[in-house]
Design a protein around this ligand. Structure first.
Ligand code: SF4
Length: 230
């Protein structure tokens, strides 16, 4: 698996916010979000090809029980199943962070962190729009989202929102998916600096009070700013 970075930090988003975790960032993605905050794992994938044994060896250098397999898009990596098997065998708690466009029935995980991409992600302008059509075609896959929900011990649906129009899109998507509750839905402001995040906090928290969805802070931006490997 090509890995752009592997580091020990604090989970900054979602149901496990604040939990010390090792992050394994797979490099490569089938999508190209215009605002992607890890372009070194999507638009310009960097990193080294590491064997499953080598990844597990590096994870073991840290104290954490929790491992977050993220990206990029980890679910398109051929050896993601073998990696999760090996981590599970060592007693780790595994979160997979995915855009939920690809599912593998053999995957072992504890928390499926599903982040379907809204239309605000489509790169109509970036790089002359050359990825826009394929991104638009792939960004939502309702059967895959449903498979993750049915098969995972726990899941969360995490949406990056930039304005109030995003909400109707989220509600349209949720109407097509079953077996979720409002507490499984997390709304996360789009932005990679504290000022942008806080400018969106007011109306997003109002939406959460009305719907029962959860407001999802980006703790790692507060703690470290938008820096790699944190
Ligand atoms: S799915 Fe994630 S990694 Fe891929 S382009 Fe979008 S934000 Fe970046």
């Amino acid at each position: 698996m090509k890995v752009s970075e592997l580091f020990y930090s604090i989970q900054g988003e979602g149901k496990l916010v604040g939990v010390p975790s090792v992050f394994v960032r797979a490099s490569g993605c089938n999508l190209r979000c215009t605002w992607c905050d890890t372009p070194y794992a999507s638009w310009d994938p960097e990193g080294d090809d590491l064997s499953v044994d080598e990844i597990v060896r590096r994870v073991a250098q840290h104290e954490a029980k929790h491992v977050v397999v993220t990206g990029g898009e980890p679910m398109i990596m051929p050896d993601v199943v073998a990696l999760c098997d090996a981590l599970k065998a060592r007693g780790h708690h595994i979160t997979i962070e995915t855009a939920a466009t690809v599912y593998k029935p053999e995957i072992k995980l504890d928390l499926a962190s599903l982040s379907p991409k809204l239309s605000n992600s489509t790169p109509w302008e970036r790089e002359g729009g050359r990825f826009a059509e394929s991104h638009e075609r792939q960004r939502i896959n309702v059967p895959v989202i449903q498979q993750f929900i049915e098969a995972s011990p726990d899941f969360q649906l995490k949406f990056v929102v930039s304005d109030e129009r995003d909400l109707s899109e989220i509600e349209q998507l949720l109407a097509k998916v079953t077996n979720w509750s409002p507490a499984d839905v997390l709304l996360m402001p789009e932005g990679t600096d504290a000022a942008t995040l806080s400018s969106r906090a007011g109306w997003i928290s109002d939406v959460c009070k009305r719907t029962g969805f959860r407001y999802c802070p980006r703790l790692h931006v507060e703690l470290y700013g938008n820096t790699r490997g944190t």
